[in-house]
Structures are given as C-alpha cells and as structure tokens.
Design a protein around this ligand. Structure first.
Ligand SMILES: Cc1cc2nc3c(=O)[nH]c(=O)nc-3n(C[C@H](O)[C@H](O)[C@H](O)COP(=O)(O)OP(=O)(O)OC[C@H]3O[C@@H](n4cnc5c(N)ncnc54)[C@H](O)[C@@H]3O)c2cc1C
Length: 231
C-alpha cells in the first residue's frame, strides 16, 4: 500500500544520523522490524529508498532513522520540515519479532539498530517477558543511536541486557572494544544455543556475523537477518 504521510518532526542524533517522524495513517499497521520505501521529491527529482521503521507499532507515529551520508536522498530527507509530505510504500519484509520466542539475541552494527529498536520498543510496550540480549557495535560512542532511551529501557525492568562495543573507542570508554566476534558472543551470551538470533547491519557486517554463527554450529532456523543494502 502507498500512503502520503505528513512530517511531524525531524530530530538529529549528532551529525551522524537523524530520525523523521510522520503522522501515522489510521489504516497503517506493521510488525516490529518491517521496512518501508520512502520517496522524497516528485517527478524527475523523486528518490526512493528502503528504510526500516525505528518506531514500535505501539507508537502513535511512524519513524524512520537514517544515517547521514551527505548524499542526495539523505539530504532531502534530512531537510524535511514539519508539515512536508512524503510517500511511503509498505510495510514490507519478514525480519520481524513480536515475542514469538522466549529468548532472543539481537546483534546490531551501526545504523542496523533501527529494526531492532522497533522490536525492543514493542517488547517494552507489551511488557513482554522475552529475554533479550542486544550486542550493539559502532565505531565511536557518538554512533550509538537512541542511547538516551536505554536508561528508560533498563528502568522498565524487563529481561533486556545491552552490551555495547566500540571499534574505535575513545580514551574514556570503559565498555567492550573491538568488533563483535565469537569470543564476545560466547562470553556475553553463554546460553546462545537456546536463543534465536536477529542480526541487522550493513551487508559486510551481517555476512561476517552469519559466518561466525554458522561456525559456532547455530542451526539456520535459529538465525534471522536484515542487511541494510546500500551501505
Ligand atoms: C531492508 C532495508 C532497510 C534499510 N533500513 C535503513 C535504515 O533504517 N536506515 C538507513 O540509514 N538505511 C537503511 N537502509 C539502507 C538505505 O536504503 C540506503 O541505501 C542507505 O541509507 C544509503 O543511502 P544514501 O542515499 O544516504 O547513500 P548513497 O548515496 O546510496 O550511498 C551509500 C554508500 O555508498 C557510497 N557511495 C555512493 N556513491 C558512491 C560512489 N559514486 N563512489 C563510491 N562510493 C559511493 C557512500 O559513501 C555511502 O557509503 C536499508 C536498506 C534496506 C535494504
């Protein structure tokens, strides 16, 4: 389905990413983790790209979160103002989770956090008792999106654990450092064999994670993934 939606707000996560919130059409329903095609401009200026919904289906608005690349589509989206209209098409995709499994592991690389955030937001709103461990990797601390929400999530007292690792840690960083590898997965998720894994990130990162999980012997039906093709 195609919808023309009105922008409510654009907000920035430093210089590295931004979120656009749209008024949600009454008939628009989606599953946590799905994506939409967003079209900015019209005629020969029209540009369309797939973006995951970073909001939860339980939110009254729709939200997408885009890495700032400085490229034309990114700039057009970033420059939207409250009241502007864009076309979205969807929802699409099968990378979804709404509490079907008692224990899950989420692995996010950079901007790949977006669909997982929708799933986590939904789990919190539904007071789900699914046990979630999120391994979240970024280059620098500034690249951790939605960090301000994390303490709210921790306060929600759900079985949700977040482990962040930086590939380019600054001097004040006391958390994990380096890419997500087999050692980190086994150390932080000792019961990994009993979890369903959801992996999301740029294709290179997703392929690396899939190779590790397969090498660990995790069966294919324990692995779901979304690669944000385009990065
Ligand atoms: C299912 C799905 C969900 C997605 N969800 C999200 C999401 O939630 N958030 C998000 O930000 N993205 C998401 N993406 C990716 C998104 O669709 C875009 O591809 C991505 O955001 C980059 O778009 P862009 O226009 O900003 O950059 P582009 O102009 O497409 O550039 C992308 C990359 O290619 C490089 N590049 C571009 N042109 C050249 C060139 N001529 N030479 C060398 N390098 C070049 C750029 O440096 C950049 O790193 C998703 C993709 C899929 C398939």
């Amino acid at each position: 389905m195609e919808y023309i939606v009105r922008v409510v707000e654009v907000f920035f996560h430093g210089d590295l990413a931004f979120s656009v919130r749209f008024r949600r059409p009454g008939s628009f329903s989606f599953l946590p983790g799905q994506f939409v095609f967003v079209t900015t401009g019209s005629g020969t200026d029209a540009m369309t790209k797939p973006l995951s919904l970073s909001s939860s289906p339980t939110d009254p608005w729709l939200e997408v979160t885009k890495g700032s690349t400085g490229h034309p589509f990114s700039e057009a989206l970033r420059g939207l103002k409250s009241g502007d209209e864009v076309t979205i098409k969807g929802p699409l995709g099968h990378f979804t989770f709404q509490g079907e499994f008692p224990r899950v592991a989420f692995i996010a690389g950079g901007i790949g956090i977006t669909p997982l955030w929708s799933m986590i937001g939904n789990a919190i709103a539904m007071q789900s008792d699914t046990d979630i461990t999120l391994l979240y990797s970024a280059k620098t601390e500034a690249e951790f999106l939605f960090r301000e929400k994390m303490s709210d999530f921790e306060k929600a007292r759900l079985p949700l654990r977040i482990v962040m690792t930086l590939t380019e840690p600054g001097p004040g960083w006391t958390g994990q450092a380096g890419r997500i590898n087999r050692t980190l997965i086994e150390q932080e998720i000792p019961d990994w064999q009993e979890r369903i894994f959801f992996v999301s990130g740029p294709p290179v990162m997703v392929n690396a994670m899939l190779a590790i999980l397969r090498e660990m012997g995790l069966p294919q039906d324990h692995i779901r993934y979304e690669d944000l093709t385009g990065y």
